[in-house]
Design a protein. Sequence first.
Length: 451
Amino acid sequence: MGRSKFPQEGAARKEILRQLDEYQQADGDWKHGKTWSLVYDAGEEVTSLAQEAYLKYFHTNGLNPFVFQSLKRLETETLSMAADLFHGDEAVAGSLTSGGSESILMAVKTYRDEARARKPHITQPEAVVPVTAHAAFEKAAHYFGVKLLHAPVDDTFRADIAAVERLITPNTIFLAGSAPQYPHGVIDPIAALSDLALRHNLRLHVDACLGGFTLPFIKELGGAVPAFDFELPGVSSISADLHKYAFAAKGVSAVLYRDAALREHQYFAYGDWPGGLFISPSATGTRPGGAIASAWAALKFLGRKGYLELTRGVLDSTKKLLDGIRAIPELFLLGEPPAGIFAFGSHALNVHALADALEHRGWAIDQQVNPACLHFMVTPAHAGVEEAFLDHLRAAVEQVKAQPELFAQGSVALYGMKAQVPDPLIVNQFIKSAYSRFMTEGGQFSFEGLV
Ligand SMILES: *Cc1c(COP(=O)(O)O)cnc(C)c1O
């Protein structure tokens, strides 16, 4: 890939904007519902308001709430609206972060630091999470020196509670469950985890990054949503992404704790810095005010009624898609997902080949392993594309069955190679090298040389 030179002179505004449009031609077509992750767009009305709010706060910085009093107010109000939705009382306190990963990083750091203070005999802290918990827990454990133990899931893909309990040791500091989990969209047995946490005097984090701003509305619409939030006495923290089903701009998520004393363990302070008394609530320094303002604006604009309406639409699209998928004998759904998040697998064909066949038809498809399946998150942008997708899916199934050799290279080869290497450390190193090559040189993402 050619290296860009630092521009000697500025280009014209028009030319810069034209180039951006040109570059964007290469992106997934999320505006027409061709992507099934990454983008959550509730349509023109909500988006334009969130954008306007963002622009009003374009240059503002949440790092200093003494200077930006209004941002402090927007943050506090956004957090208390979320706490209210999650059955929190007056004591619930939290932070807005840059996203779900940072919210999870902060919860893990909080529990590590709380244990250092309150359980100093623990020198090697551990946590138990279901294998289906988001990779951000793994990242957080890696960053903060917490040992993560993975509990298996049952055949409905929900955490196996007996297995979780067996993994608890005297070094365990917290448990986690997801509502819903990312890979298959099902909700872990949070009530049972809450009981377990109370019985073993452990903290419990509920990852509602996906579900926080959709499950309460699905429940109100009569969906099968069990209690998952502060309603359960053992739940001590919740992460919920505003930039997913709350439809805010990218870069904003909430992490909420049962009380402010617990939240203090999240904060970082450094009083001896020549740069001044330093206090930072979360991992980043500068915190973009625009994302915070957009989250506040989206909640205010939509309210319970607006979210119910949008959720109803997502559930309608999901039902159409699931009915269509269930009618394809080669495919099966994993578990019984209650929201717009689901995955399907196949005993009749290689789903990695199916993913490539769908990609050839213009869809961006997310592939998963253990077990192999394809992953979908339905948003308001998918209203009206259900039949087009199902037509392509049926055609792709037939094509892969008839001519599997057409798809032997791409994803099938990549995942096949990965499956041949049992050592996860070797695979992880290969993923890093392949990604690095892709980021600097472009071309195909490949595991060349792995086997
Ligand atoms: C998206 C997601 C995360 C991570 O959030 P980011 O905003 O991508 O950092 C964590 N948990 C779940 C369940 C998610 O869906």
